[in-house]
Design a protein around this ligand. Structure first.
Ligand code: PLP
Length: 447
């Protein structure tokens, strides 16, 4: 029997009276048939208040690389809580965590901690402007860099704003922003080396930084084409621009040295979030000594009451040790499991004649659903995705999957944790078989 979500619906209705909109992060409203209320999790599985047991690939928006409620992590947080929850001062743990990051990521000499990656991105933009004395940040359509005014410029330029103009629009999805913020951004197309080159040339002398998700995971799951990272590095070196890798999703998921190790490049600054804290509110900005100089001098202000909070530090130390202790088996293990899942889902899609094309390196991937008549082949960037991906059809299949006990991120991203096993993949594919059959029978495109 497909799962039902009666109690979640009741709680969501009740929440309307005390929580604005009933949820605490805008994106959570997207979940259909209702934002779900969870009761407990263990490893790759999660249970909601209706008692439904779900195999989880949403994983706390990717933060739970080590699965739900790992005993070691809970113990580490519990032990620290008995010693002290918050000091707004120094403790040895912060050095131990910083030293681990330094040993894992070759480009990182120094770090500063925050509670969210949104804050670390803000710090990076400020630092890049302070270091270069230039105003503008170069970024790519479809890449998400937090919910601050600066993080969202051009993130989702609506198709109605697309023109043949080489200068891409700088729309902002939120009302209430500082109006001038959009003027300080320059947009480009992911994986389009020619557009990258032309745009950097055009804004020569004005660019403080180029920021990107090394594997774009907030729009589809789009790896950089061969040579693209090297091209960004070359242009940054040529013009004294700071290269910022936003590894909020990819950090530690793609291995101890993150996506920069996986793809082989060296940024000036790195943003870390999600897996660095295993689900605790923890993030960091890291960089070379030279790149961090204005933070060291205090000219670029970086602060926060809860920065380097001992509970988060204890959690992070445990998480980083998990990665270090896995050695070469990570990310190979999650890649292998993810690729098995991708091919199983592709097989089901073929069986039911669904135009679904999983895309990504396995440890994370996106289930692209092609629109009727859309061209085959990998999705290359934001516009390509919006043009070819059938979002309503994917949303219907996702609902069927959820009702059968498989949970992917609403937009179609799947992440594998270090606690998923072959048995979980088998179980997922058995549940997906039912969901795909239901979707094939029930899906009707809107006319
Ligand atoms: C690439 C990227 N950067 C920044 C952020 C913002 O992180 P946070 O939600 O911790 O502020 C996110 C969040 O999903 C992200 O995916």
């Amino acid at each position: 029997m497909p799962a039902t979500f009666t109690k979640s619906k009741e709680l969501f209705a009740r929440a309307q009276n005390s929580i604005a909109g009933g949820i605490n992060s805008g994106i959570r409203k997207m979940e259909q048939p209702v934002p779900i209320y969870f009761a407990k999790g263990s490893g790759p599985r999660i249970w909601d208040v209706d008692g439904n047991e779900t195999i989880d690939y949403q994983l706390g928006q990717g933060a739970l690389l080590y699965g739900h409620a790992p005993a070691g992590l809970a113990d580490a947080i519990g032990a620290q809580a008995k010693l002290g929850i918050h000091w707004a001062a120094q403790c040895q743990l912060e050095i131990e965590v910083a030293e681990r990051i330094q040993s894992m990521i070759p480009s990182v000499d120094l770090v500063r901690f925050n509670n969210s990656a949104t804050e670390s991105v803000m710090a990076a933009f400020r630092l890049a402007r302070a270091t270069t004395g230039r105003p503008k940040i170069f970024r790519f359509e479809g890449h998400y860099h937090g919910w601050g005014d600066e993080g969202l410029v051009g993130f989702a330029n609506p198709p109605a704003t697309w023109t043949e103009d080489d200068e891409l629009p700088r729309t902002h999805p939120s009302k209430g922003i500082i109006p001038e913020v959009t003027e300080h951004f320059v947009l480009s197309k992911w994986n389009d080396a020619a557009h990258l080159q032309r745009t950097v040339d055009k804004y020569r002398g004005q660019l403080a930084a180029i920021i990107f998700e090394p594997a774009l995971c907030n729009t589809c799951c789009i790896e950089p084409v061969e040579g693209f990272m090297a091209r960004i590095r070359e242009l940054c070196d040529r013009d004294g621009i700071m290269m910022i890798a936003d590894e909020t999703i990819t950090g530690f998921r793609f291995g101890a040295s993150c996506a920069q190790g996986f793809y082989g490049f060296k940024p000036d600054l790195t943003i870390l979030g999600k897996a660095i804290g295993g689900g605790t509110p923890f993030a960091a900005i890291g960089g070379t000594k030279a790149a961090m100089a204005k933070i060291i001098s205090g000219e670029s202000i970086h602060a926060g009451t809860l920065n380097a909070n001992p509970l988060c530090l204890a959690a992070s130390k445990w998480c980083l040790d998990e990665i270090i202790n896995r050695g070469d088996t990570h990310p190979a293990g999650t890649i292998a499991l993810g690729q098995r899942l991708m091919s199983g889902l592709s097989e089901l899609a073929r069986k039911h004649d669904l135009p679904m094309r999983p895309q990504g390196p396995g440890l994370a991937f996106h289930t692209v659903m092609l629109k009727p008549g859309a061209a085959e082949g990998p999705v290359m960037n934001y516009r390509d995705y919006v043009t070819r991906h059938d979002a309503p059809r994917w949303a219907h299949l996702r609902l069927m999957l959820l009702e059968e006990g498989v949970r992917a991120i609403e937009r179609g991203l799947w992440s594998i944790s270090t606690t998923h096993t072959d048995r979980d993949i088998d179980d997922t594919l058995a549940r997906a078989a039912v969901a795909f059959a239901r979707h094939a029978a029930e899906w009707k495109p809107a006319v």
